[in-house]
Design a protein around this ligand. Structure first.
Ligand code: FAD
Length: 244
């Protein structure tokens, strides 16, 4: 399969750098075609501006999502955006790799999503969730943290990790129609020690070797929701995001 890894770390000597190099090696050895968007190395522009379009109009109110829709219809994206969209469309599996920043992804990666998950292709016109434009593709998060695992237990001080990742896993990847594999998380990598980090790398290699047998995370299908957009009576919430 074609794998696109989008990585948001400044330094190849970091633990994120080690995870990225490992993924490139393992996936290639398994016969997959791997593309990498190393966002800091690319000096990727995270801001959504008029420069993203061949023609952003002039004088009228700036509406980024409408400009995306028009550029998608007429091929009017700036070359850096167009190149990333091409990579995304080629990918059977998208891996977003990043150090957790403020319970979220670093701004440079959020900017990649904002500029590349474009209206018209990924969402819009009835394309969302089960019917999202990236339906049929899979996605996975590879994350490092500063915090220790118990802090992200369901009753931990940070709240459960599945809760922290809900906006990304549901609000971006699932919204776009993708099947989302369980995240790979290496906790407290700066403090865990060399042996623990080596164990993390071995665990990641194993995850990469078993990707095709890994079951996606459960999300309620659209049919579980009524005309009021809420879970139909009688359907028990089964995600961290829906509750009664
Ligand atoms: P590094 O510090 O680069 O690496 C850790 C260690 O691994 C280093 O000693 C390195 O030498 C070593 N290493 C490198 N290669 C290898 C190898 N091949 N084998 C073994 N060891 C190796 N954390 C949270 O938990 N929650 C937050 O909300 C959060 N918010 C943050 C916000 C900001 C703005 C910042 C800057 C940090 C935040 N953090 C948070 C912490 C952040 O998530 C961690 O610092 C980050 O995940 C560490 O990953 P790294 O790749 O930079 O590790």
């Amino acid at each position: 399969m074609n794998v696109l890894i989008v990585c948001a770390h400044q330094d190849a000597r970091s633990f994120n750098g080690a995870l990225l190099a490992l993924a490139e090696r393992e996936l290639a050895a398994a016969g997959h075609a791997v593309e990498v968007s190393d966002l800091y190395a690319m000096n990727f522009e995270p801001r959504c501006t008029a420069a993203d379009f061949a023609d952003a109009g002039s004088g009228s109110l700036f509406k980024y999502d409408e400009l995306q829709e028009r550029a998608h219809a007429n091929g009017g994206f700036a070359p850096d955006v167009a190149a990333e969209i091409d990579k995304l469309v080629r990918a059977d599996l998208l891996i977003l790799q990043f150090p957790l920043y403020w319970f979220a992804m670093p701004a440079i990666l959020k900017g990649w999503v904002d500029r590349v998950f474009v209206n018209g292709l990924v969402y819009g016109g009835g394309k969302w969730y089960d019917r999202g434009g990236l339906k049929g593709r899979r996605a996975m998060l590879t994350i490092t943290t500063g915090c220790y695992p118990p802090m992200c237990a369901p009753d931990g001080i940070n709240g459960g990790m599945d809760l922290l990742l809900w906006p990304i896993q549901n609000g971006i990847l699932r919204f776009a129609g993708m099947a989302v594999l369980p995240p790979f998380i290496a906790y407290a990598v700066a403090r865990s020690g060399q042996a623990a980090r080596e164990a993390d790398l071995a665990r990641y290699a194993e995850r990469l070797r078993t990707l095709e047998r890994t079951e996606p995370i459960f999300f309620h299908p659209r049919d579980d929701f009524g005309a009021d957009w809420r879970l139909k009576p009688g359907i028990a919430p089964r995600t961290v995001g829906q509750r009664r």
